[in-house]
Design a protein around this ligand. Sequence first.
Ligand code: TYC
Length: 101
Amino acid sequence: MTDTVTVRKPQTKAKPERPRLWKVILLNDDFTPRDFVVAVLKAVFRMTEEEALGVMLTAHRKGACVVAVFTKEVADEKARIATEAGARAGYPLTFTTERED
Ligand code: TYC
């Protein structure tokens, strides 16, 4: 008679990972006009005038400001479009992205 021992594979729990989010960060510079920064924030990030003014002023005073969080693809694309809008107008306006912890 043969003893049969059944060894089960440890069950891998299906744990749905939440997609990591990426911050779009606006960097201050000494050349881009304030109105231009506000216009880009409104156009690319669909902010109201008040929201855009607040973000622009925070970046102006502190050196940088988080604009919004998105999935990596959306954050990269919006940062690229917003930075290019500045470059097309001859300004060094820069948006970067950074992974949220
Ligand atoms: N510092 C700029 C000025 O004085 C305005 C500005 C604000 C530029 C925020 C970039 O992210 C920025 N004209």
